[in-house]
Design a binder for this molecule. Structure first.
Ligand code: MV4
Length: 454
């Protein structure tokens, strides 16, 4: 087992990783920026190293300084968390070159799956259903128009180096297609250093469902069912749950088997997530594979009774998976609310600053993953998410009632937060029925009048 791990992240996920390490009796090295001196992850780690000034580029994304901190303080492994360096193949490669265990897949796998065109072709070859579209990147208008005609409008243009909703263009006809094609390429060239784009049939009002997988270094792969992630706004998830209210046991088996087959096809190792779109006919299609632990991993942990971060560390240490697929059994239902420092009434404008009062809910089935405390100042430089409230219940109804109760107990004063949005959502009839697609939040915010009070 790894004896000393550098945690290359900040905020709640840095604490989450430190907590897992403490339970495994692994020593931790925290890194922090000048803006994060008073953060809990700095206090909790055995050693803390300042790696640069406030802007992420100079601190949490500073490969050289982070690597130097790991080597200087005797780290054996590095946990990248999510965001930051978690999906940078170059960083994983640098770790490998210095005999540091990168807690995640190999640099090669990160690179392959980061190229959406290659990832899609690889998954299709492995028998994983993919969205109808171009067979690779599109390099000329003639092919573009031909593929669009073959699959039928509306179509969507995506950047091969994009992902997570960045660099997409919707087209309903030939004119929009040509325009979108050129603007998407120009934009992708600047944003991702690659102008490769591909074309897909646009799936109307789909659900976003992802499957958690774990793989050891010996070719064993298992899945932990799905998470429902359709409740997003501007590609930021706000509420996630496990299981999805619309996935039957039969569909779970099918999607899980597809995810496992896809992971096997790339010799995947460690934790990963296969993102799928689900249409109204229960067809599911592979979209991309995330090669990191995800923000919403706790809902899977609560339902499957497994600590995914500990598993990541065990697997990276070279241990074999300790169970077979038949031993992975879900129980109950979990829902997570991402609590952001933002003013919903001002179109979700960031609201950093001093938290001068904090009361955290508790009780049976409630989990709070956060790094904040009364008197903590949320710095303006980073992501606005500062806490995750997770409720577990024996079924979805109980999870919702418990979440409602916990949201009512949660008090945060001094800054504006997304809590009013969540309190309204858990009372929404459509949410309660589980009847929503990726369009739901945008439609609902329009009519809810949660914002526009100005
Ligand atoms: C799509 C789609 C419809 N059809 N692809 C957005 C995130 C990125 N991973 C891909 N995305 C989408 N791809 C086809 N062929 C709709 C979306 C999409 C979406 C997906 C998941 C969750 C929220 C979304 C919001 C808008 C669009």
């Amino acid at each position: 087992m790894l004896r000393r791990i550098l945690v290359a992240n900040r905020g709640e996920i840095a604490l989450r990783i430190i907590r897992a390490c403490r339970e495994l009796n692994i020593e931790t090295i925290a890194i922090y920026s000048e803006a994060d001196r008073d953060s809990l992850h700095v206090k909790w780690a055995d050693v803390a190293v300042c790696v640069g000034p406030a802007p992420s580029q100079k601190s949490y994304l500073n490969l050289q300084n982070i690597l130097a901190a790991a080597l200087a303080h005797g780290a054996e492994g590095i946990h990248p968390g999510y965001g930051y360096l978690s999906e940078q193949a170059l960083f994983a490669e640098m770790c490998e070159a210095h005999n540091l265990v990168f807690i995640g897949p190999s640099a090669q796998q990160i690179e392959l799956l980061g190229d959406k065109v290659i990832a899609k072709a690889t998954m299709a070859a492995a028998g994983v259903p993919v969205i109808p579209g171009s067979s690779g990147a599109i390099n000329d208008e003639k092919t573009l128009i031909k593929v669009a005609q073959d699959i039928g409008y509306p179509v969507i243009i995506k950047a091969s180096a994009g992902g997570g909703g960045r660099g997409m263009r919707l087209a309903h006809n030939r004119e929009e297609l040509l325009h979108g094609y050129h603007t998407a390429r120009a934009e992708a060239a600047i944003a991702f250093n690659s102008d490769a784009v591909y074309l897909e049939k646009f799936i109307q009002a789909p659900r976003h469902i992802e499957v958690q997988v774990l793989a050891d270094n010996f070719g064993n792969v298992i899945h932990f069912g799905e998470r429902e992630c359709s409740l997003q706004r501007r590609h930021q998830k706000l509420i996630e749950e496990c299981p999805s209210p619309v996935v039957s046991d039969e569909l779970r088996d099918k999607m899980g088997s597809a995810a496992v087959a896809g992971a096997r096809a790339v010799n995947y190792r460690n934790a990963g997530t296969m993102e799928f779109l689900l249409d109204h006919q229960e067809n599911f299609y592979f979209m991309e594979m995330n090669t990191r632990i995800q923000v919403e991993h706790p809902v899977t942990e609560m339902v499957y009774g497994i600590d995914l971060i500990k598993e990541q560390i065990r697997l990276a240490s070279g241990e074999a998976l300790g169970y077979e697929q038949s031993g992975i059994v879900p129980y109950g239902h979990a829902i997570e609310c991402r609590i952001n420092a933002e003013a919903v009434r001002l179109n979700s404008r960031p609201s950093p600053g001093l938290i001068d009062q904090l009361f955290v809910p508790g009780g049976y089935g409630i989990r709070w993953d956060s790094h904040v405390y009364s008197g903590y100042v949320i710095p303006p430089y980073y992501d606005s998410m500062f806490g995750k409230l997770i409720a577990w219940g024996t079924d979805r109804e109980e999870a919702i009632e418990r979440l409602k109760r916990a949201l009512d107990e949660l008090v945060i004063e001094g800054i504006e937060t997304s809590i009013p949005f969540h309190r309204a959502m858990v009372r929404n009839p459509q949410f309660k029925q589980g009847d929503f697609s990726t369009n739901f939040i945008e439609e609902w915010l329009e009519e809810s009048k949660l914002w526009k009070e100005e």
